[in-house]
Design a protein around this ligand. Structure first.
Ligand code: GCU
Length: 397
């Protein structure tokens, strides 16, 4: 964090008075009273505003998606499918490694599609899993920017595959760096390289690049399992939770979205300025967002959007928001209030969000059509979070 960035506020008394933009009034000032005017007028406006002021323009889909080198194996009642997928556009090719873990019964209630932080080999110890060919982050488990064998299973606890597949669900994952390495290179590499453009206020940031990648995971799943009617639910933790929300908001083929501690630029209301702020996030991660977002550093209240709009764009599909009590940086209360504010879009479809007015007790699960929980503990995605998400999806799917 640069020294000019103000320290975070963790005092509720110091949260400024704020009003979030009204979901149910169009930019022209017309009331939005039903699902038709939401779908035809307000949702497109919301997505346009989020594009212009926060995440940047969307990339077009690739011309072609080719699946190569398919391999499969079974371990402990889990069937693993691995493939190398090539995305082709006029000016280039982008390869990624797709790993799917499914129940051996071949029946899936739903597939969780989520990017991972450090490589597919970190989510399980199976030696069959290929190491990423792309740049990997150095901090934490890896040494240098190449993936290494010693990192196998390093993020096992984040992906409890036995639990998930045992409950009849599948997981499809890709290393986020296959789509865009997580460092500031001036919007050049990864997906950016496929669609070169002049830098402008709405140049897409890495979150848009990752969100595009998550839609390609969905493309690959649909092309491989065209006969399956099981929904595909976008999931992500933290920066990849921001990604899951932005991807599902734009791509209606996702049957739902799960945000785990996505915080600032994810589920949390920006205007509360609690924990991470626009100033802090754009100073440390300038490449995540469109250049326009940083213009609102220190004046969060004048941003024409707030994060309840991102959540609302997912309505009426299932949506779960999970926080952790110790993760003040991601502002659990701000994540809850954002979801509460988004429910006006859900009501337009006649569904009952069923959320309480107050932040629920730690480890309690609340909501009907949407879900919220705040887990005890710190910033992470754990087996307990998955237990909440599985119970919610069992109920609503
Ligand atoms: C940092 C960042 C957050 C982000 C998190 C993560 O803490 O400030 O915005 O969500 O990293 O991705 O783990």
């Amino acid at each position: 964090m640069s020294s000019a960035v103000r320290p975070p506020n963790y005092d509720e008394e110091l949260v400024p008075h704020y009003e979030v933009p009204d979901l149910l009034v169009s930019e022209a000032g017309d009331p939005i009273t039903g699902s038709d005017s939401w779908e035809q007028t307000r949702r497109p406006e919301v997505l346009e505003l989020l594009t212009a002021y926060e995440y940047g323009a969307l990339f077009p889909p690739p011309d072609e998606l080719l699946v190569h080198d398919h391999s499969t194996w079974v371990r402990d009642g889990i069937r693993f499918d691995q493939s190398r997928v090539e995305l082709r556009v006029r000016d280039g090719i982008l390869p990624f490694h797709l790993l799917v873990a499914a129940p051996t019964t071949g029946l899936t209630r739903a597939t969780f599609a989520g990017l991972n932080f450090r490589g597919n080999h970190t989510i399980a110890t199976d030696r069959e899993i290929w190491l990423p060919e792309a740049w990997v982050p150095q901090e934490g488990i890896s040494q240098g920017h190449s993936a290494a064998d010693r990192d196998r299973g390093a993020h096992l606890s984040r992906w409890p595959l036995e639990l998930i597949t045992g409950r009849g669900y599948s997981v499809a994952t890709v290393y986020c760096g296959d789509f865009d390495p997580d460092y500031d290179d001036g919007f050049q590499n990864g997906v950016h390289g496929l669609f070169p453009r002049e830098r402008s206020e709405d140049t897409p940031g890495t979150i848009t690049a990752w969100a595009w990648g998550l839609s390609r995971v969905l493309d690959a799943l649909v092309s491989e399992h065209a006969d399956s009617s099981a929904p595909i639910v976008a999931i992500g933790h933290s920066r990849l939770g921001k990604t899951a929300l932005w991807s599902a908001a734009n791509d209606r083929r996702f049957g739902g979205a799960i945000s785990n501690e996505s915080g600032c630029g994810g589920a949390a209301l920006t205007r509360r300025c609690y924990g991470e702020t626009i100033e802090a996030i754009t100073a440390r991660f300038p490449h995540w967002f469109a250049p326009s977002f940083a213009r609102f550093a220190g004046r969060d209240e004048s941003l024409p959007v707030d994060q309840h709009m991102l959540l609302a764009a997912i309505a009426p599909r299932p949506l779960a928001v999970g926080s952790a009590a110790g993760d003040r940086w991601a502002d659990p209360r701000g994540e809850f209030l954002s979801l509460v504010n988004a429910t006006s879009a859900y009501r337009l479809f006649g569904v009952r969000p069923g959320l309480p007015f107050q932040l629920p007790a730690v480890d309690e699960s609340v909501g009907e059509a949407v879900h919220y929980h705040i887990r005890s503990g710190d910033h992470d995605i754990t087996r307990d979070d998955w237990v909440h998400y599985l119970a919610y999806l069992d109920r609503v799917l």
